[in-house]
Design a protein. Structure first.
Length: 261
């Protein structure tokens, strides 16, 4: 009875932590949406002209030609193409390579580094690998994420822990919040869950394979290294909900890199 009470108490604590994190993430998300709604980018053309296509690709025909000295307002970015509008309300698609001939409304010329940074801010997907410590075991992890906004993303991951006593396979889904994506080193929070399959090395009768539910909370940092690469460091606290007397607590430290597109 005592062990059941302790398990129930731990579950209630973890539930409260999860609810608190969800509330914080919702507040951060709302603030970011408001900031994005007020943000409009205007670019000044300082080359002879730029061509606006009917769609985001070189195969689309050129609809409009905008000459030097005019401003373009950026509406949408899709991969390496931007949807822009000129002063006559003509709308078309501009390739990011032509941004090198443009200047921001603040008078700053766009450079390759600036374009690379904009790509990082407007990325849609991330895929990466990480290595770390899983409660004393070697841990290998691969993850793939889809960014709903610059703040929120959904991530699926597969991990393998190789220990001296047992090996484990982990499959998780997490909601990631990056509340300050514009920072040079950007922190993020994550909550999620999944399953963990554990295979003990021992051949004893009571050392059998088992599958348990996993609940996790994470904190990490992302650093845009160059072009489409970023470095990532993460600490994750996981609670394994077992059918035994006590639940297990696992602390994971990971370091790795990702590519985005």
């Amino acid at each position: 009875m005592k062990s059941l009470y302790l398990n129930s108490h731990k579950n209630r604590i973890f539930s409260k932590i999860t609810q608190t994190l969800l509330c914080l993430l919702a507040c951060l998300f709302s603030g970011k949406l408001l900031a994005e709604a007020l943000d409009t980018s205007a670019l000044l053309i300082e080359v002879a002209f730029v061509e606006l296509h009917s769609g985001p690709g070189v195969g689309y025909p050129v609809l409009h030609v905008v000459e030097k000295g005019e401003y373009l307002t950026v509406q949408v970015k899709r991969t390496s193409w931007l949807k822009v509008t000129d002063k006559r309300n003509n709308t078309g698609w501009l390739h990011q390579d032509e941004l090198l001939g443009l200047t921001t409304q603040q008078g700053e010329k766009l450079t390759n580094a600036e374009i690379s940074w904009r790509d990082f801010q407007d990325r849609n997907y991330e895929a990466g690998v990480m290595y770390g410590d899983f409660a004393g075991a070697h841990f290998y992890n691969a993850q793939f994420a889809y960014l709903f906004t610059s703040v929120f993303s959904g991530e699926v991951s597969v991990g393998k822990a190789l220990g001296t006593i047992s090996d484990s396979d982990l499959y998780e889904v997490m909601l990631i919040s990056q509340p300050m994506p514009e920072l040079f080193i950007s922190p993020y929070l994550g909550i999620g869950g999944g399953i963990i399959n554990t295979k003990p090395h021992s051949v004893l009768a009571d050392s059998e394979k088992r599958q348990d539910t996993l609940m996790s909370a994470a904190f990490g940092l992302k650093y845009h290294l160059a072009r489409n690469f970023l470095l990532r460091a993460e600490y994750k606290y996981s609670l394994v909900l077992t059918d035994r007397d006590d639940n297990e607590e696992i602390k994971v430290w990971k370091l790795g890199f990702s590519v985005f597109f």
